[in-house]
Design a protein around this ligand. Structure first.
Ligand SMILES: [Zn+2]
Length: 608
């Protein structure tokens, strides 16, 4: 007997109006009134987005007759009770799709992209059922050549099962899996490669001139390094890089067997390209980040995400480990698989240090708090965010670096963060035949202590639950790396972040405790003049660079439509630039921290 299933269909019914028609048919609807709802958020992006706001029409029917559907809260409906017997029920809705991001759905005459969380209703009480999805081609000649790219499996054995990259029926084991496989339809570019025997696909939609041979060669090295890092076999049977290339854009979202990426077409490698330009290196870093998530968050999860509630915020204090550690390893993987040089990698770390030390928010919020409050703070930035919030990505990556160095230094390089990640995978990860155990608040510290024999209580208390500065310089020194500070500029500062449209100069953020704040200036103020001379994007630096810290200046500014005058005492420039310099190259290599010389890596490297 076939297992019970829930049947969906999706069709771009009006591409020019950005409308999908989506159907959901349930054979055994709840006779007391079946409920349906759409997720309030998409896993991986911690913000309530209320995707339901894009449902523009909805109706239900049974046996060809309309069934009343009542809306019961902002994202749920209930069908009229059908008496005692369970019967088949179909809900048909139209979904507006015009969000060109990796989190939503987008449709026009050139392509279709969707995440299941934007389009597929969840039949409450039936989330565990097998899902069949009929992905249908839009009507019309112009869509004749469209294909389908997704990591969803074809519903082999079912009527109308999709061929590879074809329209037709796909399957997912349950609702959670259904919404974890984004889908692209269109006339995309397709390239394939294999990493440790696992088939990998790259799909690029949008105009581009990508050198596919270069991209797949680089991704092969990267993916193989990551698979070997956690240990073969890879947990995903296949993997898809689903790339949308546009004029300008950047974003990525991780899924269990794919990632949706948005990039500028100029980020992609082009035929004849020399070396690895910064834009392409950043793109490879993004690919690396999302691929690393295949383990670190998709299969090694915070305990709080074990039973994921799609209706409301899910709180964890651990995003510093899942996003921050992933941010540490994304660029480190590029180095360790040979795609970038050690000096380049150190430059990227220095940039992260600059970023964390620039914003006063690091003195207000701990990493545990930043993780917990991601929903209301990190994902909802405003003019005061730099003063109030610390990034669990950036500071989390520096904590990973600090912990890695601490472990290596404290164990004569016997234990590193690599070992902690592997142990997390072996003990907590969801692998074949093993469901995985959620990671609790103290599990990472306990694991690091167990493996190293070190007492790390103080380290974690300060780094995760405190706001003191991370002491990186003394940790780097034994590895032959010197951390240098230099002022980025000698021009005295107002202590504000400036935004300009090319004509006007506005204050975007006024830093806490800065001269601008003390003088009474606020975010949004439009600067008009300094000491009687007009402020323009060009003149601001010139007006300030001839002054000294400690001097007072008069600023005239508009707040809304009211002209105001301020007296401000300039300060020395605060934003230090950091540089990480290799002082003793042999030392770095001997210690093996940069990973290029250790026997373990050499043994598993894909270099040929
Ligand atoms: Zn991430």
């Amino acid at each position: 007997m076939k297992p019970a299933s829930i049947v969906y269909s999706i069709r771009p019914s009006h591409p020019e109006a950005h409308i999908f028609e989506v159907r959901c048919t349930l054979a055994n609807a709840d006779p007391s009134g079946q409920r349906f709802s759409l997720p309030a958020w998409i896993p991986g992006s911690y913000l309530i987005r209320d995707f339901v706001r894009h449902i523009v029409s909805i109706r239900a029917e049974a046996a060809g007759k309309p069934v009343r559907l009542d809306k019961i809260d902002k994202h749920s409906w209930q069908a009229m009770p059908t008496g005692k017997k369970r019967s088949a029920l179909t809900v048909i809705c139209e979904v507006y799709a015009w969000d060109l991001s990796v989190r939503g759905a987008h449709l026009d005459q050139t392509h279709a992209f969707f995440n299941g969380s934007s389009v597929f209703l969840r039949a409450l009480g039936h989330e565990h059922l097998l899902c069949l999805v009929d992905i249908q081609r839009p009507l019309g000649k112009r869509y004749r050549d469209w294909r389908v790219a997704t990591a969803l499996a074809s519903a082999e054995g079912e009527k109308g099962a999709a061929d590879r990259h074809g329209f037709g029926v796909y399957r997912a084991a349950n609702y959670a899996e259904l919404i974890d496989h984004p889908v692209e339809m269109g006339g995309f570019t397709l390239a394939t490669f294999s990493a440790c025997g696992v088939p990998q696909e790259v799909v690029i939609s949008g105009r581009h001139d990508c050198d596919l041979a270069r991209l797949t060669a680089d991704l092969t090295r990267l993916c193989e390094w990551q698979i070997r890092f956690f240990g073969e076999p890879a947990p995903m049977p296949h993997y898809l890089f689903l790339i949308t290339a546009i004029g300008d854009g950047y974003g990525g979202l991780e899924h269990r067997a794919s990632t949706a990426l948005l990039c500028a077409r100029d980020d992609l490698p082009y035929p004849g390209m020399q070396g690895t330009p910064e834009r392409y290196r950043t793109f490879l870093g993004l690919c690396s980040h999302e691929y690393f998530h295949s383990w670190n968050i998709k299969r090694i999860r915070p305990a709080a995400f074990s039973a994921c509630d799609l209706d409301a915020e899910n709180y964890t204090t651990l995003l510093w480990a899942f996003e921050g550690f992933t941010s540490y390893y994304d660029d480190l993987a590029l180095l360790r698989c040979g795609l970038i040089e050690p000096e380049e990698w150190l430059g990227l770390v220095a940039r992260t240090i600059d970023k964390v030390l620039r914003d006063p928010g690091r003195k207000r919020q701990t990493l545990a708090e930043s993780s917990f409050d991601a929903w209301t703070k990190f994902y909802r930035p405003d003019e005061n965010t730099p003063n109030a919030v610390v990034s669990y990505y950036a500071k989390g990556a520096l904590v990973a670096l600090a912990l890695d160095l601490r472990l290596r230094a404290g164990t004569r390089n016997r234990v590193s963060l690599d070992d902690v990640m592997r142990a997390l995978w072996l003990r907590h990860g969801e692998r074949a035949g093993y469901g995985g155990v959620g990671v609790g608040d103290d599990d990472i510290r306990l694991l690091a202590e167990e493996l190293s024999g070190l007492d790390l209580a103080q380290f974690f208390a300060a780094a995760i639950h405190g706001t003191s500065e991370l002491a990186l310089a003394p940790l780097l020194k034994p590895f032959g790396i010197q951390m240098l500070r230099q002022n980025a500029s000698t021009t005295p500062t107002l202590g504000a972040k400036i935004s300009t449209d090319g004509r006007e100069v506005r204050l975007a953020t006024v830093y806490a405790g800065s001269p601008a704040q003390t003088a009474g200036l606020s975010a949004g103020d439009l600067l008009i003049a300094i000491d009687g001379l007009r402020v323009t994007p060009d003149s601001l630096e010139r007006l300030l660079c001839r002054r000294q810290a400690g001097e007072s200046i008069r600023i005239v500014a508009f707040r809304r439509d009211e002209l105001m005058e301020f007296s401000l005492r300039l300060e020395s420039p605060a934003s230090d630039k950091h540089q990480l310099v290799v002082k003793e190259k042999r030392n770095v290599l001997r210690e093996g921290w940069l990973g290029v010389m250790t026997s373990r890596d050499t043994a598993s490297s894909s270099e040929s």
